[in-house]
Design a protein around this ligand. Structure first.
Ligand code: PMP
Length: 345
């Protein structure tokens, strides 16, 4: 059966700005039509997973479009670049923020936006022998943006405890968002969905709770929040940090300690945090209801706190440094989608 045309295949002129891919992308130093870039089939990041990426949100509110914690996302991306020896891209968080702001202005999405930067290994430099390597391989950076609405409350998700374990940090730099590392996330998520669940929670090599496929895990017991320590085999999420900070500032105790599967099954509440999901309440785990089987009061309050922090006027929640307003520019004509000479490198 042939699939119908997807939203992302539509010509730039036909593509809506509220949902789907923005018409402009940033690719290796240029702003181009999002459909124009063509990477060589030999792209190393594709063959070996030698890429790092980010997911960054810009939220639209009465205060306009605001990027949320872009600096921390780009600092994490740049730490990942150091691990993968990716040096041939803009090297400061500020430069990457400036590119992002320009791209958001060009794409003029009407609602909330998801920004996807990817830095990756590209092509063997002259004199580098073929094979899996980091040194002697050129680098590339691209950014695309997508219209991606968010909700103010906690979504409810049903999770399965996965048979796949989170790789340990002596096998994979788990604290960087390496593309290759997402094979485990994809396998775990696919396994959970095939069994009728929404997402997977993965254990680490010791059998302790690591994280969900693309989110961090929190447990609520007697009003106290507990989450596995950032030094464990997990990606220390920026949403996790935001939630810990906001909860502590508003008088909720947050502990960072190891959690067992039994801690999840016996919790009053379990919730997930990520840039993509915000705060999502886990109402069921592998066939057992968590707490009352619906979103609990603590998850609801944390989701509301998070929503306020992402849509406030800079400074209203005491963290003006988290929000960056994207001031709109004059509308630009839509880009030509013809691949330009020089993008096919
Ligand atoms: N863990 C993994 C494996 C993830 O992919 C993500 C999403 N980036 C998270 C945790 C949550 O991180 P953040 O809050 O920074 O989005």
């Amino acid at each position: 059966m042939t699939a119908g045309p997807s939203l992302l295949d539509a010509a730039p002129q036909q593509r809506p700005t509220q949902l789907g891919l923005g018409p402009w992308a940033y690719d290796r130093g240029e702003f181009v039509a999002a459909t124009a870039p063509r990477l060589p089939l030999s792209t190393q990041g594709l063959h070996y997973g030698t890429a790092v990426f980010e997911g960054i949100r810009a939220y639209r509110s009465e205060h306009g479009l605001q990027l949320f914690r872009a600096r921390e996302h780009y600092e994490r991306l740049l730490r990942g670049c150091r691990i993968l020896r990716i040096t041939g891209i803009p090297s400061t968080a500020q430069e990457l923020i400036d590119i992002t702001v320009e791209l958001l202005r060009r794409n003029a999405h009407e609602g909330d936006v998801y920004v996807r930067p990817v830095a990756h290994k590209l092509s063997l430099l002259p004199g580098t022998p073929p094979g899996v390597s980091l040194a002697g391989v050129s680098d590339a950076l691209s950014l695309t943006t997508f219209g991606y609405p968010t909700s103010s409350g906690a979504a409810e998700v049903r999770c399965a405890l996965s048979a796949w374990r989170r790789p340990s940090s002596d096998a994979l730099p788990v604290q960087a968002k390496t593309a290759g590392g997402y094979v485990t996330s994809a396998l775990a998520c696919d396994e959970a969905r095939a069994a009728g669940y929404d997402d997977a929670i993965l254990l680490d090599r010791w059998g302790n709770v690591a994280e969900a496929s693309t989110a961090n895990v929190f447990v609520v017991r007697d009003g106290v929040l507990v989450t596995p320590p950032a030094s464990g085999d997990l990606l220390p999420g920026i949403t996790r940090d935001t939630v810990i900070t906001l909860c502590r500032e508003t008088g909720t105790t947050v502990l960072e300690r190891t959690l067992s599967p039994a801690d999840l099954y016996t919790a009053d509440e379990v919730f997930l945090t990520s840039t993509g999901k915000g705060v999502a309440s886990v109402v069921e785990l592998s066939g057992r209801a968590i707490g009352s089987g619906t979103t609990g009061p603590v998850a609801a309050r944390v989701a509301a706190l998070y929503h306020t922090a992402t849509t406030a006027r800079g400074g209203d929640v005491g963290h003006p440094e988290w929000l960056l307003t994207v001031t709109p520019s004059e509308p630009l004509p839509h880009p030509s989608s013809t691949p330009s000479e020089g993008t096919n490198r």
